[in-house]
Every structure is written in C-alpha cells, then in structure tokens.
Ligand binder design. Structure first.
Ligand code: ZN
Length: 148
C-alpha cells in the first residue's frame, strides 16, 4: 500500500479573480484546472506548484462551509489535503480511533476524486482533507462505483 502524501493546500479567498494577480503574476504559479464543486459550494482553482498543488477556493453560496469560514476568520489557510489510497478504509480506521469526520460517506471532489475531512477538533486544530483518486466517471453514488 502506498503511504499517504501531501496532495494540496487549500486557501479560502473571497474572489479567485482578485487573488490571481498575486499567485500567477507576482509569484509565477502555473494555472491549472478551475472547477465548481456543487457539493462543497465552492469554485476552486488549482495552481500547479510542484508536487503539492495550491487550491484557491471561492464560495459560490453564502451558506457553504467555506463562506462561513471566511465570515468567521477571514480569508486564509483553510485545509491541508493528503492523498490516501483507500478513503473508506482510512475513514474506518479514523472512526475506530475516535476521530471525528465531517462526512459519514466519501463525497465527490474535483478531478474525479473522493474526499472527506477530519474535523479540526480531532487533529489539533487543522482541517485535514483526505483525497482518493479514482478512475472513471463519478456518479451520484460514488461509493458504489469504487473499484477495489
Ligand atoms: Zn482541497
């Protein structure tokens, strides 16, 4: 089994377009995919920043989690994402160890991934995203589509 590795760093912004000049023009980041993720109520833009990408997240609705985060704490570092091989198996291990997960089932993320988050109260204050890369199309029941 492949060990976990850092996948990306998520940064909450009010506006991707307003954040872009810093990242693209001043810092020289290469622009990757831009995608709306309805289940997370965000639009995301990935910056190609070496092995670990940087994800800019802009809320698409005022009642999503990222919007509430910005309201409460302002823009800034939102989460750190690690890649895992088998999200469901990792979730089971976390749950049996008493860690609190945000979702009870894996959810579709960007780039045909399945994601979940470990609640900051279980990690010493850091929101940790877990990402499993899947092959093939995601449907509304991604947990039934997993090929193991
Ligand atoms: Zn993320």
């Amino acid at each position: 089994m492949e060990s976990m590795r850092l996948d990306h760093i998520g940064i909450a912004v009010r506006s991707i377009d307003q954040a872009l000049p810093l990242w693209r023009d001043a810092l020289g980041a290469k622009i990757g995919d831009r995608e709306t993720i309805p289940s997370q109520q965000v639009e995301v833009l990935f910056l190609e920043t070496g092995e670990t990408r940087t994800e800019l997240m802009e809320p698409t609705s005022s009642d999503g989690a990222v919007s509430r985060f910005i309201e409460k704490r302002g823009e800034g570092l939102h989460h750190i994402a690690y890649r895992v091989e088998d999200l469901s198996a990792t979730m089971k291990k976390l749950e049996s160890a008493g860690s609190k997960l945000i979702y009870s089932e894996p959810r579709p993320g960007s780039h045909s991934t399945l994601i979940n988050f470990i609640h900051p109260t279980s990690t010493g204050g850091i929101l940790i995203e877990l990402v499993e890369y899947t092959t093939g199309d995601q449907t509304s029941h991604p947990e039934e589509e997993r090929s193991t």
